[in-house]
Design a protein around this ligand. Sequence first.
Ligand code: XUL
Ligand code: CO
Length: 436
Amino acid sequence: MGTGFFGTIEKIPFKGADSTDPLSYRFYDPDEVVMGKRMEDHLRFAVAYWHSFAWEGGDPFGGRTFDRPWYDGEMDKAKLKADVAFEMFKILGAPYYCFHDADVRPEGRTFAESRKNLEEIVDYFARKQEETGVKLLWGTANLFSNRRFMSGASTNPDPDVFAYSAATIKSCMDATMKLGGENYVLWGGREGYETLLNTDMSREFDQMARMLHMVVDYKHKIGFKGAILVEPKPQEPTKHQYDFDVATVYGFLRKYGLENEVKMNIEQGHAILAGHTFEHELALASTLGIFGSIDMNRNDYQSGWDTDQFPNNVPEMALAYYQVLKAGGFTTGGTNFDAKLRRQSIDPEDLLIAHIGGMDCCARGLKAAARMVEDGALQKPLDERYAGWAKPEAQKMLKGEYSLDQIAEKVERDNINPEPRSGRQEYLENIVNRYV
Ligand code: XUL
Ligand code: CO
């Protein structure tokens, strides 16, 4: 017996590009083979529990706009929420989901009570996963909503908050492990500052690194096989977030010797807030060997805020999945819809339509990206551009076989006088437009 939340809507079918049925996929056919792999196995879609089931439609000027039957409750409501969530995963055919502890369990009066509540829900989830075949892409701890975390979690000036955060992370790693989660994510939602006047940055870095080291140690201790992922974001909720962007996090990981243990969960909207494109962050993570997973959404380019909208820009997705494919595709990672409805989209059906649109947009982007890879559409011009470096003399320079003064001598001796060549940006942009 279902909850009836989605009425009579059943599993969303693939109907092809000409379909006008809003409850059908036009581009996402999980079984279609793209570059030798099923689309479902490429994209590894996950639904974010928090935006779809915990968030109530509030904004800074007004509260709840959604009216869901699981609000304002204890364990029975948390289980109803889980019932509806797993029904939605099935209707969408989404193979994965992601959650924070606070999204899924009622807050207890003590830490122990919260932990027990989480364990009860984890057992409930385990049964639902078994029944539905839906899997956990990643688990994480909410160390930012409760007022105890207002001055940071691991970076808090109060060691008791550090300890409380450590205990919370342990309980969430245990939950993730128990549910067979494929990654564990850390997003430092309050790990930053509002003003440097009250902040000792160097202490706070050391605290944050200690926590991350403990997380890595605990992963090995319990035999968790998934990846530990840090999710960069430059600001919001704090004025400055320490995990600003991929480059900043990499510097931090290197300083504390964590670069071989931790990878990145890169979110589209966070990249935009940091003044980067999504593909920049993906390409950089891949270059640094720390690419893990993605949080898929889109920001409103006018608002300058993290609006977490569902993606609908196919050219952007194509360039993003092009980087994902070039990085070798996902291993433990996937495409998590860290995206929420607009607050006026109050119908249950809106939840489905938002995900259908997002999944279709990603599928179109992936297919365009795969065709660009298969044709070498961008790779061939790139190889030509760097062809000079294949010559033996150039290789010797790169390998360090010449010193600065030897090269200087050679430039004069051989009368080296480089001729500039076109970067052909418009040509390349036109190529991309042929595929999207
Ligand atoms: C916040 C954000 C989080 C993380 C998980 O901007 O993206 O939802 O993805 O804590
Ligand atoms: Co996110």
